[in-house]
Ligand binder design. Structure first.
Ligand SMILES: Nc1ncnc2c1ncn2[C@@H]1O[C@H](COP(=O)(O)OP(=O)(O)OP(=O)(O)O)[C@@H](O)[C@H]1O
Length: 236
C-alpha cells in the first residue's frame, strides 16, 4: 500500500484481562483509500476498532492519525482530528424522528441545514421518511441514518464496523454504493466486515485478520485469490 497514510497502526497489542486479543497488528490506510478489513468471528476486528477509536486502551504499539501520534488520545479529541466511527449495531435514537436524529448532530460551525442537506443528498429515502421515528425504520434505513450522522462531522477517516450486519444483500449493495460516493468526496474509509464480496467491490485494498493479526494485505483481487477460504466463508 503506497501514499501518505491517514492511519498507521504499528505492532498494536490489546487484551481482555490476561487474554491477548490483538497480537501485533500492523495496518496502513493511505489518504483517500477505502480499505476492507475482513476476517472470521473472534478475529479481533471490533477490538481493533475500539482501540483505534479510543474506547479501549492497547497494551503496546503505536497509532498515528494523519501523522499525529494518538495512542493515548480520547474519543472527543480523535473526533476533532477527523476520526468518526459507526459502531457495530448502529447508533440512532429510536424515539426521535429522522430529522431530529440529524439535527442533533449540528454543532458549532455546522448548521442543521447543512447536516440535513448532506444526509438527504446521499440518502433521498431519509428525506421521504424525515418525520418517521428512527426506531420504526428498517435496518438498512437505520444504517443510512447512522452513516448520515457520521458524515455530519465531516470526517477525514470513517470506521464502519459491520455495515452489512443483519441486512439483505440488496440493501447492503446500495449502502456500499454510497460508501463509494463518500470515498469519492475524499474521505478515507475502513470497512470492517466478516464476509467479503460487497465490501471488496468498493475497496482499494483489503486486509485479512485472523487470531489477532493481519495475515494478508493487498489489492482486493489478490487477497481474494489467496484468502478465499477465510473471507468467502459466508454470504454477503
Ligand atoms: N469485553 C470483552 N471481554 C472479554 N473478551 C472479549 C470482549 N470483547 C471481545 N472479547 C473476545 O475477544 C476476541 C475478539 O473479539 P472481537 O469482537 O474483537 O472479534 P471480531 O473479529 O470483531 O468478531 P465478530 O466478527 O464476531 O464481531 C473474541 O475471542 C472475543 O470473545
Amino acid at each position: 500500500m503506497s501514499g501518505i497514510p491517514i492511519l498507521e497502526v504499528v505492532d498494536l497489542r490489546a487484551a481482555y484481562g490476561r487474554i491477548e486479543v490483538l497480537r501485533g497488528v500492523d495496518l496502513r490506510i493511505p489518504k483517500g483509500a477505502v480499505v476492507a478489513l475482513l476476517g472470521p468471528n473472534g478475529a479481533g476486528k471490533s477490538t481493533l476498532v475500539k482501540v483505534i477509536s479510543g474506547q479501549k486502551k492497547p497494551t503496546s504499539g503505536d497509532i498515528h492519525l494523519g501523522g499525529v501520534h494518538v495512542q493515548d488520545t480520547g474519543p472527543e479529541e480523535l473526533a476533532r482530528l477527523g476520526l468518526c466511527t459507526i459502531p457495530e449495531g448502529r447508533s440512532v435514537f429510536p424515539n426521535l424522528t429522522v430529522e431530529e436524529n440529524l439535527t442533533l448532530m449540528s454543532y458549532a460551525g455546522v448548521s442543521a441545514d447543512k447536516v440535513l442537506e448532506t444526509a438527504y443528498s446521499y440518502f433521498p429515502r431519509l428525506h421521504q421518511r424525515r418525520h418517521q421515528l428512527a426506531g420504526t425504520m428498517s435496518g438498512g434505513e437505520q444504517q443510512m441514518l447512522a452513516m448520515s450522522r457520521a458524515l455530519a462531522s465531516d470526517p477525514a477517516l470513517l470506521l464502519l464496523d459491520e455495515l452489512s450486519m443483519g441486512l439483505a444483500p440488496l440493501i447492503v449493495d446500495e449502502l456500499y454504493d454510497t460508501v463509494a460516493q463518500i470515498a469519492e468526496s475524499g474521505v478515507s474509509i475502513l470497512c470492517i466486515e466478516q464476509f467479503a464480496r460487497t465490501a471488496l467491490r468498493v475497496s482499494d485494498y483489503a486486509a485479512v485478520m485472523t487470531g489477532g493479526r493481519i495475515v494478508a494485505t493487498g489489492e482486493p483481487a489478490e487477497v481474494m485469490d489467496t484468502m478465499s477460504d477465510v473471507i468467502l466463508g459466508g454470504a454477503a
